[in-house]
Design a protein around this ligand. Structure first.
Ligand SMILES: C[S@@+](CC[C@H](N)C(=O)[O-])C[C@H]1O[C@@H](n2cnc3c(N)ncnc32)[C@H](O)[C@@H]1O
Length: 260
């Protein structure tokens, strides 16, 4: 296995995951070269897929969707719903109201089509939303879930189209906004479940953002895979981890940064 340590570069004290960025770009390029696909299969069901939407049959989607404890949430917000697989599965597993939010309008439309296809359009409310921007203050949830674009991209990263937002987060600005605003949409005792990869993302920065906005978390479940990086390169071990975050009690002198 390749040693990941050598791929972490440090600029001005900030650790940037170069291999995560390279693999993210490779995955997106591979996706763009695929023939257009208008459906896919996941969880033994067929799903619709509009152009420029990340297909919901990815390994991470499958793992996180099968690990989430739906029975512990009546109300769920899925941030970054993509093709809608997790939102629809949550509704099929008993969540009575699921808000499905995505910054990519094509993802929101795909989620609507899939909610209708699987008979849960009365429970799944799909909205185009930059993080929580489309919600009202009264929209609070037992659980907020995001399978995030955990690859940190540099400040000058160019987003070609909507699907880039499924893979990359320039300077972790969206991750910052997520933690800064999630608290106001959580019910008392509500929890965040965050789908992430420590191998491909920036776990140190994630922990920092969560802590400075008043959240404490730990790994709820994790799995590792050997992933080929190229025809001649050794495979590397890539993890997918579902974190569970709670709002921590803030001590005197601490404050939460709120960003809209
Ligand atoms: C890794 S994909 C996950 C998609 C889907 N939930 C799944 O598991 O297949 C991340 C999703 O987050 C969405 N996203 C990225 N930034 C966002 C933002 N600021 N607000 C809302 N959604 C965002 C992307 O458009 C994408 O659909």
């Amino acid at each position: 296995m390749q040693d990941l340590g050598e791929n972490l570069s440090r600029k001005g004290g900030h650790v940037f995951n170069a291999i995560g960025y390279e693999l993210g770009k490779r995955d997106l390029a591979r996706f763009r070269n695929l023939p257009p696909q208008d459906r896919f299969t996941a969880f033994d069901r067929e799903w619709s897929l509009l152009p420029d939407v990340w297909p919901g049959n990815a390994v991470a989607t499958r793992l996180f969707t099968s690990w989430l404890p739906y029975q512990e949430a009546d109300n769920l917000a899925v941030v970054g719903c993509g093709a809608g697989v997790t939102a629809v599965m949550a509704a099929l597993h008993g969540c009575s109201r699921v808000f499905a939010l995505d910054v990519n309008p094509a993802a929101v439309e795909t989620t609507r089509l899939n909610a209708i296809r699987h008979g849960v359009d009365g429970k799944v409310i799909a909205l185009t939303s930059n993080l929580f921007s489309a919600l009202d203050a009264i929209d609070v949830f037992d659980m907020i879930y995001w399978n995030s674009p955990f690859v940190e991209a540099p400040a000058d990263h160019y987003y070609v189209s909507g699907i880039d937002y499924a893979a990359f987060d320039s300077c972790y600005a969206a991750h910052h906004g997520f933690f800064a605003n999630a608290g106001r949409h959580l019910s008392g005792g509500g929890r965040i479940f965050h789908g992430f990869s420590e191998t491909l993302g920036n776990p140190a920065l994630l922990r920092e953002l969560a802590a400075e906005t008043g959240f404490r978390g730990s790994a709820y479940r994790r799995e590792e895979f050997a992933v080929p990086t190229g025809p001649r390169d050794e495979p590397i071990s890539v993890d997918y981890v579902l974190y569970e975050f709670h709002q921590a009690e803030l001590g005197p002198g601490c404050h939460r940064t709120l960003i809209r």
